[in-house]
Design a protein around this ligand. Structure first.
Ligand SMILES: C[S@@+](CC[C@H](N)C(=O)[O-])C[C@H]1O[C@@H](n2cnc3c(N)ncnc32)[C@H](O)[C@@H]1O
Length: 260
């Protein structure tokens, strides 16, 4: 008999691999999908099918993003036991977990400080602040907590996306600029800076500043960063501090735009 369901013989399968068809032969969506907008159904399907989401969950990592940091560290060996690390935009704490493990936090002189607009669950041995990194008072607190200098500054910060590509690019670039400004003022010689960067043009002046202050600067796209996303990371290694704060203030920054 011909199949009139419209799904073909095998029937339409849900993300779990089970058919949407129930025992009566009628079809219905999985419970999790019901009542959601199409865009949020698409997001949920992607989450349920994503091997990195599954891996992060099974390993008790707080975010899928934690795998991105692991992959970048496996490739470039950024962390060493005993390092002092600052994580800007740290919630829910996946990067803090990776940093804590790879610097042996709690076993030697390692230090770890995080800050986010959102509250972040604690990590043993880390100092975590809730606040805005564009607030100079908050940054001073972070700087004091790390003891004045850091071996690495991380930023996975992203502004809430609007869906308008160039607006999102500019807003995330403004956060990159604030993170770089902080890094230039706090990094030890040979320190590193790793930050999220939506490529799109406006970041060019910031890359120039990085080239002047670090031995090498490169873009990195870890496997766990979705290929369809404009997200990538900029990794600057070997801080030599030529110019430091004076550099960025000479180029200076007004309202989120670097003016040369
Ligand atoms: C992609 S999430 C970070 C995920 C984190 N790396 C992890 O593995 O758990 C980006 C974070 O940046 C934070 N953020 C955005 N703007 C910020 C700001 N101005 N100050 C502090 N945090 C900010 C957001 O609240 C968000 O939690």
């Amino acid at each position: 008999m011909a199949d009139r369901s419209g799904y073909g013989k095998a029937g339409k399968k849900g993300p779990s691999g089970r058919s949407y068809r129930n025992a009566t032969g009628l079809t219905r969506q999985p419970k999790k999908m019901r009542g959601r907008k199409v865009s949020s159904q698409r997001w949920l399907t992607r989450q349920l099918n994503d091997p990195f989401v599954a891996e992060a969950k099974s390993r008790g990592l707080r975010s899928r993003a934690a795998l991105k940091l692991e992959q970048m560290d496996d490739r470039f060996q950024l962390f060493k036991p005993g390092m002092a690390i600052v994580d800007l935009g740290c919630a829910p704490g996946g990067w803090l977990q990776v940093s804590s493990l790879r610097t042996n936090l709690g076993k030697g002189k390692a230090r770890l400080v995080g800050i986010d607009l959102l509250e972040t669950d604690g990590i043993v041995g880390a100092d975590i602040f809730t606040g805005d990194i564009t607030d100079p008072e908050m940054l001073e607190k972070v700087r004091t907590a790390i003891g004045g200098a850091a071996d690495g500054v991380l930023s996975d910060m992203a502004a809430d996306t609007t869906g308008h590509r160039s607006t999102d690019h500019l807003r995330t670039t403004a956060l990159l600029e604030a993170a770089l400004d902080f890094a230039l003022n706090v990094l030890n010689q040979n320190g590193f800076f790793l930050a999220k960067c939506f490529r799109g043009g406006a970041e060019k002046l910031l890359l120039d500043i990085m080239h002047r202050n670090f031995k090498t600067v490169r873009h990195v796209k870890p496997a766990a960063s979705r290929s369809e996303s404009v997200e990538s990371y900029v990794l600057a290694i070997g801080f030599h501090g030529i110019g430091r704060a004076e550099d960025i203030s000479a180029d200076v920054v007004a309202g989120g735009t670097v003016i040369v």
